[in-house]
Write a protein that binds this ligand. Structure first.
Ligand code: SF4
Length: 303
């Protein structure tokens, strides 16, 4: 079988040994060296050019399986944590009985242990399910809904994992705590989420001065959403703006900056792009926030 291996940056160190194992089994093996941001980001060009039978994607959980010209196997990567580190969250959770617990795929095998630990400390633990995630309790940067799907009667949300991208995508009025299971640091992140929300609002206020919009449509198979791009274009045109769709696998701020006529970007791809907004010299608004922008436009009296 012709197999193409794909690794996110942090796991590329395992490529040689994984390739050799499969070669010993008699497969024809190739390794994609392209950048890889997530499970949404399969190496389509390499797979099509080489007429690959199967892509093995390491590090992330199942995301896209249908409609591809090859088979895909997602091999998750786990990082064991010391569950006792959750004790650092207990003082923050004092007085809060019902806790929504979420984490990333790396720690999913220990979710039950984390739940038991919190239960031993008198908590009732709620575990929700996201829209695109493979596991209950798992959040993605583009799908934090496991945190809010069961939060109606909860008192707090606890995210266990490192990094800011996953927990700061959670939208909830509840107190949200982020526990780094390596350092043991537990922080309430509502203010940080509010800062991000204000930054997004600031971006929208800047965009009120723009008339020509580029809608960014990524060809990465898990990000490609032609309907969202077309809807965004129609809505902008109906509001009197000029809008065109720019298509690329990945959006490089320098190369899209070479289209001087566009004054603002509407991003239908990974929400991480607007987190990295300082790299772009023009306002960038995620497509999910477009209605809010258009409402602001009407309220501002410009529309
Ligand atoms: S769209 Fe972004 S957040 Fe979602 S899986 Fe892909 S890289 Fe991760």
């Amino acid at each position: 079988m012709k197999i193409l291996l794909q690794f996110p940056e942090g796991l590329k160190k395992n490529a040689l040994s994984e390739a050799q194992k499969l070669e010993k089994e008699g497969h024809e093996v190739y390794v994609s060296s392209s950048s890889c941001y997530g499970a949404c980001d399969l190496p389509m060009d390499e797979a099509r050019t080489l007429q690959i039978d199967k892509v093995i994607h390491f590090g992330h959980s199942k995301f896209i399986q249908k409609g591809l010209p090859f088979d895909v196997e997602y091999r998750e990567y786990y990082a064991d944590i010391d569950v006792e580190k959750l004790k650092e969250a207990i003082p923050s959770l004092e007085g809060k009985k019902r806790i929504v617990l979420v984490t990333t795929v790396q720690h999913i095998p220990q979710l039950e242990q984390m739940k038991s630990f919190l239960e031993k400390h008198g908590k009732e633990v709620l575990i929700g399910k996201g829209c695109f995630t493979a596991h209950s309790g798992q959040v993605l940067g583009c799908d934090p809904t496991a945190a809010t799907s069961v939060s109606k009667d909860a008192d707090a949300i606890l995210y266990v994992g490192d990094g800011k991208f996953h927990p700061t995508g959670i939208r909830s009025e509840l107190p949200i705590f982020s526990l780094n299971p390596y350092s043991g640091q537990c922080r309430k992140i509502n203010e940080e989420i509010e800062r991000i929300r204000k930054r997004k609002k600031g971006m929208m206020l800047k965009a009120l001065e723009c008339r020509v919009f580029a809608i960014l449509l990524s060809t990465k198979p898990g990000q490609l959403c032609i309907r969202a791009a077309q809807d965004a274009k129609k809505k902008l045109q109906a509001a009197g703006f000029t809008a065109e769709i720019l298509v690329s696998n990945e959006f490089n701020p320098v190369s899209i900056g070479n289209f001087p006529q566009f004054e603002c970007y509407i991003n239908t791809a990974c929400p991480r792009a607007d987190e990295d907004s300082e790299l772009f010299d023009k306002p960038i608004i995620n497509a999910v926030d477009l209605d809010e922008f258009l409402k602001l436009y009407v309220e501002s009296g410009s529309g």
